[in-house]
Design a protein. Structure first.
Lengths: 279, 201
C-alpha cells in the first residue's frame, strides 16, 4: 500500500537519509525513534507537506501524482491540533463536509458523542487529549484507506488510548486498510503494531515484523568477561551498571544463558545507546 | 476551493461581528462629519483585515499542512486567499455603493466604490506574498509598506506626467490606476503561488 524508496530530506541542521520501508495492506506499522530522529519529517514527506528526494508510492502511485480524491484516501493526524482555537466541532464538521468527498457526518458526530466531546464549545476550551480526539475522528470520518498518525495517542489518558487503539484495530481488520503511526508511547505500538520501523538520526535502523523483533532479541545480565565470549555482531546494545552489565542480544547467540524477553522500549533504548557509543 | 473559502469564513466570522460594531460606529462618525468616503474606506479595510487574520489563524493552527494532506493543492491554497479577499471586497463594495448612492450621485458612487474595491484588492495583493513567505508576524512590516506603495506610486505618476507636460484628466488617471492595480494583483498571485509551491509546511 505504502512504499518509501530512498527518501531523503536535507535541512541545514538535520538530514533524513535514504529512508526505505514498506507498509503492506491490512497492516499497522509503528514508527519509533527518539525526539528529533526524523519521524515527523518522514510522515510529512508522505503527506506531501514537505519537498523531498526519493520516491514515495501510495496505492501503487507516486504520492505527488495522486489526485485530490485519491489523496483523501489518506487520513492524517499531525502531532499538533490542526484546527483554529476559535472553531467549534460544528464548524469543523462544516469545513470537512465541503472538503472531503466521502465525508460521513453521522459517523463523525457518533464518534464525538461516544467520547463526550462538546459540540458547541470552542476548541480553545478543550484539553490536549480532546483536541487530539477531534483530529483522529476527523481523519476516520472520511473513510480513508490509510491512516498516517503522528503522535496521535500522546496526551490521551490510558482509558481513551485503549479505546482508540480498539478503533484503529477495527479500522485494519478487513485487511484492506493500513496504519502508519509514530508514537513515543511504545506500549501502544507494542499492543497494536504488526511491524516496527526504528529511525535514529534520520536513518532507518531496522524495519521488521514486531513479533520477529521481540522473538529475535533477549536481555541477558552478565559480566564483562562473559560479554567477550558473545559474538559482537549479535549484540544490539550494552548497558553498564556498577556491578555488572545488561545486554540486548540475539537469542540464538546466548542459547545457554539465562535471559529475559525484551519489550519495544528495551530494543529502542539499547539500539539508541549502541549508536551513541559508536559516535 | 469551496472548502478553503468555507474554512476562511468560518475562522473569521467571529471577528466579523466585532468589525460590524466598529463599522456602525464609523457610520455614525461619517454621518455627523458628512463624509461618506471615510465610511467607504473603513468598509474596505475590513475584508483586508479579515484575509490577513484568516492567514494568521491558519499559520497558528498549522492548518495549511492539514489542508495539503487532505488533498488541497498548493495552488488552490495560495489562490484561495485572493478569492476570499475578492468575495469579501465585492460584498463591501456593494454596501459602499448603496451607502454612497444615498449621499452622492449614483455614477460617482459606483466609480468611488469600484475604486475603493480596487485599492483594497491591490493592498491585499501587496501584503499576501509577504504573508506566505515570512508568516503574518514578520509580514506586518510589509502591511505598513503596503499602505505607502500605492500612495507613493500615485504621487510618482502625477509628478512624472506633470514633468512631461502631459495633462492628466480623470479618465486617463482612472485607466492608469486600473492598469497598475491589475498588474499588481496578477503579479502578486503568481509570486504567492510560487512561494507556496516551494514552501515546506
Amino acid at each position: 500500500m505504502l512504499r518509501l524508496q530512498h527518501v531523503s530530506k536535507n535541512y541545514c541542521d538535520f538530514l533524513l537519509n535514504d529512508i526505505s520501508f514498506e507498509l503492506p495492506e491490512g497492516m499497522i506499522m509503528g514508527l519509533i525513534g527518539e525526539n528529533g530522529a526524523g519521524k515527523t519529517t518522514c510522515l510529512s514527506a508522505i503527506l506531501s507537506s514537505i519537498h523531498y528526494e526519493g520516491k514515495i508510492t501510495l496505492f501503487n502511485k507516486n504520492v505527488q501524482d495522486l489526485s485530490m480524491i485519491e489523496k483523501q484516501d489518506i487520513g492524517s493526524v499531525m502531532d499538533e491540533n490542526c484546527f483554529s482555537d476559535h472553531l467549534t466541532i460544528t464548524d469543523i464538521e462544516k469545513i470537512c463536509r465541503s472538503l472531503f468527498v466521502n465525508w460521513d457526518q453521522s459517523l463523525f458526530f457518533q464518534y464525538c458523542n461516544d467520547h463526550n466531546l462538546p459540540i458547541k464549545k470552542k476548541i480553545k476550551e478543550f484539553s490536549k487529549g480532546m483536541k487530539m480526539k477531534i483530529n483522529i475522528f476527523t481523519a476516520l470520518s472520511h473513510h480513508p484507506k490509510c491512516l498516517i498518525l503522528d503522535e496521535a495517542t500522546s496526551g490521551l489518558d490510558p482509558v481513551a488510548r485503549d479505546e482508540l487503539l480498539e478503533v484503529f484495530y477495527d479500522f485494519v481488520k478487513d485487511g484492506k486498510h493500513s496504519i502508519l503511526m509514530s508514537s513515543h508511547i511504545l506500549s501502544d505500538i507494542e499492543k497494536i503494531a504488526d511491524s516496527i520501523t526504528y529511525i535514529s538520526q534520520g536513518e532507518v535502523i531496522f524495519s521488521e515484523p514486531k513479533d520477529d523483533l521481540l522473538e529475535k532479541y533477549v536481555i541477558v545480565r552478565c559480566t564483562e568477561d562473559l560479554l567477550k565470549e558473545i559474538d559482537e555482531s549479535k549484540v544490539l546494545g550494552v548497558r553498564r551498571y556498577g556491578y555488572g552489565i545488561e545486554i540486548c542480544v540475539e537469542k540464538q547467540a546466548v542459547k545457554e544463558m539465562k535471559s529475559e524477553s525484551v519489550t519495544l522500549d528495551d530494543v529502542m533504548v539499547f539500539a539508541s545507546r549502541a549508536r551513541k557509543e559508536k559516535r | 476551493m469551496k472548502a478553503l473559502l468555507s474554512k476562511d469564513w468560518t475562522v473569521s466570522k467571529g471577528l466579523f461581528k466585532n468589525y460590524l460594531m466598529v463599522m456602525a460606529l464609523y457610520a455614525l462618525i461619517a454621518y455627523f462629519n458628512d463624509n461618506v468616503f471615510m465610511f467607504n474606506g473603513f468598509c474596505i479595510m475590513i475584508p483586508v483585515m479579515m484575509v490577513i487574520n484568516s492567514a494568521a489563524y491558519d499559520e497558528k493552527a498549522h492548518m495549511e499542512k492539514w489542508m495539503i494532506a487532505s488533498g488541497i493543492t498548493r495552488i488552490q491554497l495560495a489562490l484561495s486567499k485572493y478569492l476570499f479577499a475578492l468575495v469579501l471586497l465585492c460584498a463591501a463594495t456593494l454596501l459602499n455603493f448603496y451607502i454612497a448612492a444615498i449621499v452622492i450621485d449614483i455614477v460617482e458612487a459606483l466609480a468611488v466604490s469600484f475604486l475603493f474595491c480596487l485599492v483594497g484588492m491591490t493592498y491585499v495583493s501587496l501584503v499576501l506574498p509577504a504573508v506566505f513567505y515570512f508568516g503574518t508576524e514578520k509580514a506586518r512590516i510589509s502591511m505598513m509598506v503596503g499602505f505607502l506603495i500605492p500612495f507613493g506610486i500615485g504621487v510618482g505618476i502625477t509628478y512624472l506626467f506633470g514633468s512631461l507636460g502631459i495633462q492628466l484628466n480623470e479618465l486617463l488617471l482612472l485607466v492608469l490606476v486600473i492598469c497598475f492595480c491589475l498588474i499588481v494583483i496578477v503579479a502578486s498571485m503568481m509570486i504567492s503561488v510560487r512561494i507556496v509551491e516551494k514552501k515546506d509546511y
